[in-house]
Design a protein around this ligand. Structure first.
Ligand code: ACM
Ligand code: ZN
Length: 542
């Protein structure tokens, strides 16, 4: 007991977020400035580049020469205890993302099985160094040493995501890079990019140019929480194909997969403004200026709607190498489908009926989901959908993103479907970080109970109330940054930070390792210094 307590105190001193699985601190230091970096010859090119870039950065910031070279004798040196410098070796027994790190006065030894493991090992090393390592100016006066320690570490969940809504407000590529960079620091690995919604279509599609000519711009934006209001100021923007490709490539270097979302068949009013023939009534439609859910949705009664979806998905698959494509599926009102002769003819032709509390129009949405799922499967891709896709019949191979609490996720996992937990009561970062709403930026609700302070997101246990046999279906956890009330990058960062750090411990750490007091102290200290030097806007810890 005493020993355990001692270890806990020591690990707290290292100040790493997310807290590694096992940390043991020893006496002494390793001088890293001026060190040689070596790796096994057999390390893949991407891992070698990663190490080389880290060595370059350390050289620049510490203002000392740091060399890097693959070494043919590294493994035999390791076996005979002749290591020197910072050494990176392969250990094929480790799972993806797992690493070990040993720091002694003579050498630093890193083992991992893949690029992700080396990425996380280097992030941990970075957190053990002075915060200046996160900056851009030389800081030769800092103490460029690593404390002697032994760390073994691996992620609890394989999917560690963050959603950014770029439809309600548009964020330039430079800001996307900053979000990816901070995700990288805290070992997140999935960026869910919400690229289309009622209030703006944000991705260039060659086959459907009007999506960005007309669908990317609205005539104004709702003022505050006042429904029906508009500031009358034209607003919009979109990402070109070149920009998308550079974001995807940049994310890849940081070990982050981008999962694009094209939300369908609801949340499509901006696309309808561009191509009104895809709606039930034929329009005209305009890009929505206010928040809330539009009744105007895609018409699945018409074949051309599916041709449109497939044409868009062809280009999405071309731009995004991700195995998963998010197809939305949330909040699709059925009022238009109930009135639409084409939709009703489709329902009749398919023999869909209302039964077991599921309407025939909900079953028509199942048909849409299944058709898109099959189409994407034919291209080697898998779908993720919001938990509404559970209503009725769930398409084979679909992964459910549980946002209306965790019940949908629990049900889907029990039925053998993969699940990502993103319950709105814990994971919606557009909600206030304090129950004192008047002291915080305007958000989506006036109910202080809906606030998500740092401690609340930290307390989220993704596997609570889940049967033991179902837990392996929980791929991971995601927070969602919806942007109805967030127009500026500094506000965006303020909502994200430091809650992203708490999220990272929910995603990465085993329950036993999580400790809010330790975490809070680290955020208030070393982690705030990191965020400051990287120039992020963040909410100070209470
Ligand atoms: C959602 O918040 N409509 C997924
Ligand atoms: Zn219709």
């Amino acid at each position: 007991m005493r020993h355990l307590l001692f270890m806990a105190v020591l690990s707290a001193l290292l100040g790493i977020v997310p807290q590694p699985e096992k940390v043991e601190e020893m006496k002494g230091n390793f001088r890293i400035a001026g060190a040689t970096f070596n790796c096994e010859m057999s390390l893949d090119r991407e891992s070698q580049n990663l190490i080389s870039e880290f060595a370059d950065r350390l050289a620049m910031i510490s203002d000392r020469t740091v060399s890097f070279a693959p070494s043919p004798t590294l493994r035999s040196n390791a076996a005979s205890g002749l290591l020197k410098g910072v050494c990176f070796l392969l250990d094929k027994d480790k799972i993806s993302g797992e690493y070990s790190l040993e720091v002694t006065p003579k050498y630093v030894l890193v083992f991992a099985s893949d690029f992700y493991g080396f990425t996380y090992a280097l992030q941990t090393i970075r957190q053990l160094l002075p915060p200046a390592i996160y900056g851009t100016s030389p800081a030769p006066g800092e103490k460029w040493v690593l404390p002697c320690c032994k760390i073994t570490d691996k992620p609890r969940f394989a999917y560690r995501g963050l959603l950014l809504d770029c439809s309600r407000h548009f964020f330039k590529v430079e800001e996307i890079y900053r979000i990816l960079e901070i995700m990288n620091v805290y070992k997140l690995n999935r960026f869910h990019w919400h690229l289309s919604d009622d209030q703006g279509w944000r991705i260039e599609i060659k086959k459907y140019p009007m999506l960005t000519v007309a669908g990317a711009y609205r005539s104004g934006t709702q003022i505050g929480r006042e429904r029906g209001s508009s500031d009358g100021i034209g607003y919009g923007g979109f990402y070109t194909r070149e920009e998308i490709r550079s974001v995807v490539a940049y994310a890849r270097k940081l070990g982050i997969t981008i999962i694009p979302e094209i939300d369908l068949p609801g949340h499509m009013q901006a696309a309808l403004a561009a191509y009104p023939e895809l709606g039930c009534s034929g329009g005209p439609y305009r890009v929505r200026t206010g928040w809330g859910v539009s009744d105007q949705v895609l018409c699945p009664g018409k074949e051309e709607t599916f041709a449109f979806i497939e044409g868009v998905m062809d280009e999405i698959c071309d731009l995004f190498p991700s195995e998963y494509i998010h197809i939305g599926g949330d909040e699709c009102p059925k009022t238009e489908w109930e009135k639409c002769p084409d939709c009703q003819a489709r329902i009749a032709a398919l023999g869909l009926t209302s039964h077991n509390g599921v309407s025939k129009e909900q079953r028509l949405q199942n048909y849409v989901t299944e058709r898109v799922q099959k189409y994407l499967a034919s291209k080697g891709r898998r779908i993720i959908g919001w938990d509404e896709i559970l209503e009725g019949e769930l398409a084979e191979g679909a992964t459910v993103m549980s946002w209306r609490g965790t019940a949908g996720g629990i049900k889907a996992a029990a039925a053998g479907f993969d699940v990502i937990m993103s319950p709105n009561i814990y994971c919606y970062f557009d909600h206030s970080q304090s129950t004192e709403l008047s002291k915080e930026p305007l958000g989506p609700t006036q109910n202080p109970k809906r606030a998500i302070p740092l401690e609340k997101i930290y307390s989220f246990e993704p596997l609570l109330n889940m049967e033991a046999g179902a837990t392996s279906h929980v791929l991971g956890v995601q927070a969602n940054l919806w942007t109805e009330y967030i127009a500026e990058p500094s506000h965006l960062e303020y909502m994200l930070l430091p809650r992203l750090l708490a999220l990272s411990e929910v995603q990465w750490c085993n329950k036993e390792v999580r400790d809010y007091d330790r975490f809070r102290a680290e955020v208030a200290g070393h982690q705030s210094a990191i965020l400051n030097i990287m120039g992020y806007t963040f909410r100070p810890v209470d």
